[in-house]
Design a protein around this ligand. Structure first.
Ligand code: HEM
Length: 531
């Protein structure tokens, strides 16, 4: 069951009879207020049905069925019964769940004008102040096209392979040296790699090692789970918005105190790096960063940013770590897993690298177009385990009708990306890791999984070029220098990395609990890292 924090006191607080009574009365008022909604629904003229879905309970709908972990697997399973477009009712809110490429393309792409907003949450968006972050920003907000323009231009392929090239190349070198020293530490090294790139590109900030002690990394990492805690729990204020006027000191207003505490955390991870970047640029203009690019005018003097432009810069720069760090490191973790147990795939990549790049230098962005097998391997890994398997929630801005079903305005729309990339009709034998599906004549017919893995329509991931470039540079250089093999047990037997493997749940998934070994391909190749 989903928690109901509005009806629970903070842990450790005494349960006073008065507060119990007040809580009970709030609950009764809330339930009583649902009566007109129910009467209206019974009396209103018949309309087209919502898409099918699991049977609902009176008043609470599907609340009891909402999966808490690895939702992508549950929705894919439900789709076998209810089809590629389903609906859930959670109290009075409709959630539409899409599990096929056709429906995703028909709605999220072809009708992007209706399907590109985000759900508004009183707790997350308003009381915790996150409505300014792009991840919550409504498509109807006048800032939406500005944010998108800034991020798309700031993170495009030209930027990733041009002005940010030294950032990426330096981070790859540090990662590989770390792997050479201790491959068991790969998770920390990957976080350092992708978190370091994000903060350097966003603000020009160099993370301090060890990364887990870095001030900004700690600030942002400690905020993990904050946004989900505001939307995954059910708060009555979402259904009775007038409750937001209840003052925080009021005994039943635990939700106000909860939101205020979360606001502090969410604000800090955007305001603090912003203040650091501003101060740093005033005294020490550094190499290219997303922040400096907007902060300075063309002649190199500080641009006189309006209050609104300064806020737009702060909120968009703040999205770079949140959007980019864990997703990139998730994709890389999957590749380490798959490569360590597929020696033939590794050997083929290494042969391709050797013939295109040779053995005397590191691989760089200019080599990418000449390495089609490596491109197929990376694509297949991201299809096999999409880093954001449920995508991010979209919302509709008007009523719509699709294939005889009614989709109401303000419906939450979730797309199960994992279900799409495991659709056996589109990707035969979908659980098998097979890069060849993207090669040759038949590969040209194969639908590109990047059409799904990076999201949809007007919300499609603006960091895709940067993510692709970082993953390419890391994996190509890793295999130019090392060979990966599964770890061995005390008796020298190989441990199958797939046995005992688990996947982190949440917006970003990540393979957990496997180990591998690295062996330098030669002393000369290893020495290139020091050159
Ligand atoms: C393999 C790496 C990545 C994957 C798989 C990925 C995937 C996604 C997905 C599925 C979405 C939601 C799109 C939608 O709502 O339809 C998204 C949004 C977003 N991503 Fe990425 N992403 C990756 C890397 C990055 C990087 C490196 C950055 C920034 C440097 C980034 C920044 C963002 C931002 C800002 C959004 C929000 C866009 C909006 O709400 O309009 N992502 N990403």
């Amino acid at each position: 069951m989903i928690n109901l924090p509005t009806s629970s006191p903070p842990p450790g607080s005494p349960s006073l009879p008065l507060s119990v009574m007040l809580r009970a009365s709030t609950t009764s008022i809330a339930l009583l207020a649902l009566v007109p909604v129910v009467v209206w629904r019974l009396l209103k003229p018949k309309q087209l049905p919502l898409p099918p879905g699991p049977p609902r309970r009176f008043l609470t709908g599907n609340l009891h069925q909402v999966p808490k972990v690895k939702q992508w697997l549950v929705y894919a399973d439900w789709a076998k019964t209810y089809g590629p477009i389903m609906s859930l009712k959670i109290l009075n809110r409709t959630t539409i769940i899409i599990t096929s490429a056709k429906v995703a393309t028909d709605l999220l792409e072809a009708r992007a004008n209706i399907y590109s907003s985000r759900p508004f949450s009183w707790m997350l968006s308003r009381l915790a102040g996150n409505e300014n972050a792009i991840f919550s920003l409504l498509s109807t907000d006048s800032r939406f096209p500005k944010y998108r323009r800034m991020l798309v231009a700031g993170l495009n392929k030209r930027a990733a392979t041009g002005k940010y090239r030294p950032v990426l190349e330096g981070a790859v070198r540090r990662f590989l040296k770390g792997i050479a020293a201790n491959a068991d530490d790969y998770l920390t090294l990957l976080n350092s790699f992708s978190g370091g790139i994000s903060l350097k590109i966003a603000y020009g900030y160099d993370v301090q090692e060890p990364i887990e002690n870095d001030y900004f990394v700690k600030l942002i990492e400690n905020a993990e789970g904050t946004a989900p805690s505001l939307v995954q729990n059910i708060f009555f204020v979402e259904f009775f918005p007038w409750l937001r006027f209840v003052p925080a000191w009021f005994p039943t207003a635990y939700f106000q105190r909860f939101a205020a505490a979360k606001k502090k955390i969410l604000d800090a991870m955007v305001y603090e790096p912003n203040a650091w970047a501003k101060k740093n640029l005033e005294t020490n203009p550094t190499e290219a960063s997303y922040y400096s690019e907007h902060y300075f005018a063309e002649d190199g003097t500080p641009a006189n940013l309006s209050k609104e432009d300064a806020a737009n810069l702060m909120w968009t720069a703040g999205a770079i770590y949140t959007g980019g760090a864990h997703t990139t490191s998730s994709g890389l973790t999957t590749l380490l897993l798959l490569l360590s147990c597929n020696p033939a795939v590794q050997a083929r990549i290494q042969a391709e690298l050797d013939s295109v790049v040779g053995s005397e230098r590191l691989v760089n962005s200019d080599d990418r177009a000449s390495l089609p097998y490596l491109a197929a391997v990376i694509k297949e890994a991201l299809r096999w385990a999409p880093p954001a398997p449920n995508g991010l929630r979209h919302a509709t801005t008007q009523d719509d009708i699709y294939e005889g079903y009614f989709i109401p305005k303000h419906a939450i729309v979730m797309c199960d990306i994992w279900a799409i990339t495991h659709d056996p009709e589109m990707y035969p034998d979908p659980f098998t890791f097979n890069p060849d599906r993207f090669l040759g004549e038949s590969g040209k017919q194969q639908r590109d999984p990047y059409d799904f893995v990076f999201g949809f329509g007007r919300r499609v991931c603006p960091g895709r070029p940067l993510a692709e470039e970082s993953i390419f540079l890391t994996i190509s250089n890793l295999l130019a220098i090392f060979t990966l093999t599964p770890a061995v047990d005390e008796d020298g037997r190989e441990i199958d990395p797939m046995v005992g493997l688990d996947w982190r749940t949440g917006f970003v998934t990540q393979a957990q609990g496997f180990k591998f070994c690295v062996t330098p391909r030669s002393a000369d190749r290893l020495a290139i890292l020091e050159a």
